[in-house]
Design a protein. Structure first.
Length: 291
């Protein structure tokens, strides 16, 4: 007989060089569960599935999902974007969409554990935290100006708090085993957004939040009209170097939080019990013969 036991965040989950584990992870399937030499990911404990689910974890995930989603809708309605669809022109707002979808999937996994939901939460987590950190850095390092920006709940939440909530949920409440290959989705989305900023400039679309005599660029660092060389170089560095580095950092964090299934072999105990029963039976037979 064998008994399944859990092993979460033990030293074996981070043993070996990061380089060797990184190379091994590149060979795993996109949603790999088996990690040769380390174990099999315990999806129930990782994503709070089936009998591992508890009402308070479900409630926390639902509350955060509603917080992000309602905040997003409220900002879209009240912040005066004209036309309203222009609200979706920014990377920040798409990142909040990814984070909201992640929490929706993460919540639903606890009440309706389906493989496609688990995989969706798994993938959306990488998109949510990778883009979340990029948005955080770009906004606070290059866009924010205390003279022109009035910080309010939405600005702070969309450029920091929602990212932090997503990171903590996927890393501390869940134990999301980030896969190296998941970086491809962040790079693909980044490429699509860069193409969008180029189309935005070439098509001559006006930015309703900037005067006509200033650059209409969505982000100052991606000004394809006045500084295309810098914009192209920064885009290439972010996509080919920055995103992989950020993803690798989060991947390293996830090594310490992975939860594995272990097979505890009880064969030796069973055999010992059988031997003891046999000896007891022999002793009883000897006593009967003596009498």
């Amino acid at each position: 007989e064998s008994k399944k036991t859990g092993r979460c965040g033990s030293y074996r989950s981070i043993m070996g060089s990061c380089c060797s584990r990184y190379c091994a992870d590149l060979r795993y399937p996109f949603f790999a569960v088996d990690e040769p030499g380390y174990g099999k990911i315990d999806l129930d404990k990782t994503f709070w599935l089936n009998d591992q689910s508890t009402w308070y974890i479900t409630l926390i995930k639902l509350a955060i999902f509603l917080l992000i989603t309602v905040s997003f809708i409220h900002a879209w309605i009240t912040r005066g974007y004209e036309p309203p669809i222009f609200f979706l022109a920014y990377l920040t707002h798409w990142t909040v969409v990814f984070q909201s979808v992640y929490f929706a999937c993460s919540f639903l996994c606890t009440v309706w554990p389906k493989t496609w939901l688990v995989n969706s939460a798994w993938l959306m987590y990488s998109l949510g935290i990778n883009n979340g950190l990029i948005v955080f850095i770009i906004f606070w390092a290059t866009e924010y100006n205390p003279d022109s920006y009035v910080l309010d709940y939405w600005q702070v939440s969309a450029h920091g708090i929602f990212f932090l909530l997503t990171f903590l949920d996927g890393m501390l409440i869940n134990r999301t085993p980030i896969r190296v290959k998941h970086v491809l989705w962040t790079q693909l989305w980044g490429l699509l957004f860069v193409i969008w900023t180029i189309i935005f400039t070439v098509a001559g679309i006006d930015n309703p939040f900037k005067p006509d005599d200033e650059s209409q660029a969505l982000y100052n660092v991606l000004d394809w009209e006045n500084n295309p060389g810098f914009a192209a170089g920064l885009s290439a560095i972010l996509l080919l170097v920055g995103v992989p580095l950020i993803h690798s950092m989060f991947w390293t964090f996830s090594l310490c939080r992975r939860c594995y299934i272990e097979e505890e072999d009880n064969g030796g105990n069973v055999e010992m019990e059988q031997m003891e029963e046999g000896l007891a039976e022999d002793n009883n037979n000897d006593e009967q013969e003596t009498t």
